[in-house]
Design a binder for this molecule. Structure first.
Ligand code: CTP
Ligand code: MG
Length: 335
């Protein structure tokens, strides 16, 4: 079925390439945004150093991994050298320090899954979330950024998929759909699977970068400049890849048995991970292995209702790309 659809589609889908690239271009943040982010980071550092002179602030998430669209909120990690047994206390103190300056809407969310302080800087207009000692997120941000440097098609595909997911309301973990981080991993995995491959499996290569965070070894090949031509024998365009991506998740993926794994650059079995049944709140209805925290399934937020929503959205997207007269509008129509 998949092959037949592929044959029918190949020539027709090509006409979507220019409009999809135009959408991608329109989402790219202008240079001034980076400058403003740096400006805010410098301000926050000054404030934080008054209380914790040894502290470091790191950007992570989409403002640092190259998958951020224009006007995204920014994610910051406050790295403290001390051992922390009470994160809430630190967050409340942090909120207090930031409150006293000109920042707006400062709020400590101490009960969230990842506890944070939220704020808005009226000077730059940027909103940000600050978490504490989440160094693993800083490291997986680097992994994503390194993948983004290898082949331009990853960033193009991921921007379009993220834009689609936000437009269609399926980028909301609190409602049982997937995080942006999960979607980017799905894109990386998809490009690792193309033949010829468009992306390598960096964790399967010589380890030129190696850190241990929270007892997890994070190691991979990060000499990206040596991989600039990696995907060049594959000539697929972004239109073909976007269509292939949705078609894979609509009709190709084996939800009952498969786990996608960027770490191994392959599909592994649910059996092997013991992700075959519901354990606690983890249902494993769509399985996406975290590249470093390998016991972590990024699909665990998905429940029996939201899996249906997700799969229907993948099917809708695949079908629109193939049959709709105006796919580039229809695909992103608000739900
Ligand atoms: N993260 C993580 N584990 C998760 C979700 C997120 O480690 N289950 C970390 C990742 O480092 C990710 C960052 O938190 O890059 C931000 O996550 P998310 O908001 O999903 O992604 P963004 O890239 O910031 O996307 P958006 O542009 O939608 O903000
Ligand atoms: Mg973010």
């Amino acid at each position: 079925r998949m092959l037949k659809r592929q044959m029918e589609c190949r020539s027709d889908i090509q006409r979507l390439n220019a409009p999809l690239l135009a959408i991608y271009e329109s989402l790219i943040p202008p240079k001034e945004e980076k400058t403003k982010q740096q400006q805010l980071l410098v301000l926050l550092e000054k404030l934080v150093w008054k209380e914790w002179p040894q502290a470091k602030l790191f950007l992570y998430g989409s403002c640092a991994n190259d998958f951020g669209v224009s006007r995204s909120d920014i994610d910051i990690c406050l790295a403290l050298n001390e051992d922390i047994n009470n994160k809430s206390e630190i967050l409340l103190k942090l909120a207090d320090i930031l409150q006293s300056d000109n920042l707006q809407n400062v709020q400590a969310l101490t009960r969230a899954r990842v506890p944070i302080v939220k704020l808005m800087d009226p000077v730059t207009g940027i909103s940000c979330d600050i978490c504490i000692n989440n160094v693993l997120a800083v490291v997986n941000t680097k992994l994503l950024r390194d993948y983004a440097q290898i082949d331009a098609r990853l960033r193009q595909l991921a921007f379009i998929v993220k834009h689609w997911a936000k437009s269609r309301g399926v980028n909301e973990t609190y409602r049982g759909t997937l995080s942006s981080y999960a979607y980017v991993l799905m894109c990386i995995h998809f490009l690792q699977q193309r033949r010829p491959a468009i992306l390598p499996c960096l964790q399967g290569m010589e380890k030129t970068y190696n850190v241990t965070v929270d007892n997890i070894e994070c190691a991979y090949f990060d000499q990206i400049e040596k991989l600039h031509n990696f995907g060049s024998s594959n000539k697929e365009t972004v239109a073909q890849l976007v269509w292939g991506f949705f078609n894979y998740w609509a009709y190709g993926h084996d939800y009952a048995n498969s786990v996608i794994s960027v770490r191994t650059g392959s599909i592994i079995s649910k059996q092997e991970k013991d992700w075959t049944r519901r354990i606690g709140n983890d249902r494993h209805l769509i399985c996406i292995e975290d590249p470093f925290e390998t016991s972590h399934d990024l699909g665990r937020v998905v429940d029996k209702f939201s899996i249906r929503v997700l799969r229907e959205e993948f099917e809708r997207a695949a079908d629109i790309m193939q049959f709709d007269p105006n796919p580039c509008v229809k695909l992103f129509e608000p739900y």
